[in-house]
Design a protein around this ligand. Structure first.
Ligand code: AMP
Ligand code: MG
Length: 405
């Protein structure tokens, strides 16, 4: 039996990051960026107005107030997209809209609400009711992004704001990691598909569907190979259908039952088996190896074991294939709200409800922990992780909690 930490290490050592592909920005959401992005321009490209108002020299309007306004001559009007033609001289102002380039000579903008436009002796003039500091209401060239700056880092998961930045940099396409294709094969004579009528002794293959969604959730493309009976030839031919994938998952048949054949079939097909059985609960009967160079997990059949093994081993594998930076912020310390007795030597992953209250995380189990009890998994937002060496974990101590997505 291998420890979780060593098993994860062995798994990740066998997983390679996949190649990349170019996608349009509209297809980039939730994809993993596969290149560092540098800016070849300043954003904004030039000093521009943050307000609708008047571009002025701040030195002209010192001490301006409602009672003693400064009067300036209005010589031009600029909207976003215009190019200024005039240079501001003393006691002049230029009407300016948000986003319009700041004209030469001006160093600040007074918002329109602090002004009044009139005409005097056939000229446009404006009364200014407020002084301004130099630079006030001006967006500086490069204040968002500077030319040459590294803006986005390879390995991030692209969200809406990232895509907006890529658009403002003028990149119509970007390189993202190719999504790994992940095969799912359920095994077991007792297992049927969801659309079949349930007969005594049979069981619907919920694992197929939890795994299918877990794969999508971390960026993979699932390929459902269906269900194989516990029969060597069928298992072998079904497994072969997964050999065009980047990763293969089987569910069930890796325990010590008389019909648990997956391990033997894998061995017969020349799989390089790296380990079988991990010191954890749930999820002990896990097998991992490389079949014709393709990583394969024989996941345990019990629904929660299958899900937890995915969380602990398969998800990090898919993220490594994607070259995605792993965000450890989903693990926090939380205060345990109940006593827990565990078996020494196994790492425990308990389905839990964790919440933030009065400045700390509090956590408690989300119901019965049997590895076939999927309901407590559905009620859980997190897993309490208890290390191998613990035997009794008492109410009030701090434990590590990993949030589920
Ligand atoms: P096994 O390791 O194949 O003996 O599976 C252990 C138990 O997990 C079975 O007795 C079933 O209760 C359950 N199980 C196996 N395969 C599935 C599946 N595809 N979906 C849901 N439960 C399963
Ligand atoms: Mg079975």
């Amino acid at each position: 039996m291998i420890k979780v930490e060593d098993a994860l290490h062995a798994v990740l050592k066998s997983i390679k990051t996949l190649d990349s592909e170019a996608v349009k920005l509209t297809d980039a959401l939730e994809r993993v960026l596969a290149e560092d992005i540098y800016s070849d321009s300043n954003i904004p490209a030039f000093n521009n107005s943050a307000m609708d108002g008047y571009a002025v020299k701040s030195s002209d309007i010192k001490g301006a107030s409602k009672n003693s306004p400064k009067v300036l001559e209005v010589i031009e009007s600029l909207k976003a997209g215009d190019v200024p033609k005039k240079i501001l001289k003393d006691n002049q102002a230029i009407r300016i809209m948000t986003g319009a380039p700041l004209p030469k000579g001006a160093d600040s903008v007074v918002m329109v609400e602090e002004t009044k436009k009139t005409r005097s002796k056939g000229r446009d003039i404006v009364e200014i009711y407020r002084s301004a500091k130099s630079g006030e209401n001006v967006r500086k060239a490069g204040e968002d992004i500077k030319i040459g700056e590294q803006v986005l880092e390879k390995g991030i998961l692209l969200k809406s704001a990232h895509i907006g930045i890529l658009a403002s940099l003028g990149l119509p396409k970007i390189k993202v990691a190719r999504r790994p294709k992940v095969a799912i094969l359920a095994t077991g004579d007792e297992v049927i598909d969801v659309d079949q009528k349930l007969t005594p002794g049979k069981l619907r293959s919920s694992n197929t569907y939890t795994l299918y969604s877990q794969i999508i959730n971390c960026g993979g493309i699932p390929k459902n190979l269906g269900i194989s009976r516990d029969e060597p030839h069928r298992l072998e031919s079904k497994l072969k259908e997964g050999l065009d994938c980047d990763l293969i998952l089987t569910s069930g048949g890796v325990s010590v039952g008389d019909y648990d054949l997956v391990k033997f079939i894998l061995a017969k097909m020349g799989t390089n088996i790296r380990f079988w059985q991990v010191a954890m609960r749930p999820g002990k009967p896990l097998v991992f190896g490389l079949i014709k160079g393709i990583p394969i997990f024989g996941l345990p059949g019990n629904p929660v074991s299958s899900m937890v093994s995915f969380e602990v081993f398969v998800k990090p594998s898919i993220l490594k294939m994607l070259g995605q930076k792993i965000d450890y912020k989903n693990e926090v310390d939380a205060v345990l709200e109940e006593n827990i007795v565990k078996k020494k030597g196994l790492m425990y992953f308990l389905r839990a409800q964790t919440r933030w209250e009065d400045g700390i995380y509090l956590t408690r189990t989300a119901g019965p922990q049997g590895s076939a009890i999927l309901k407590s998994m559905a009620l859980a937002n997190s897993l309490i992780i208890l290390p191998e060496e613990e035997e009794k974990v008492e109410k009030g101590v701090r434990v590590t909690v990993r949030f589920l997505d």
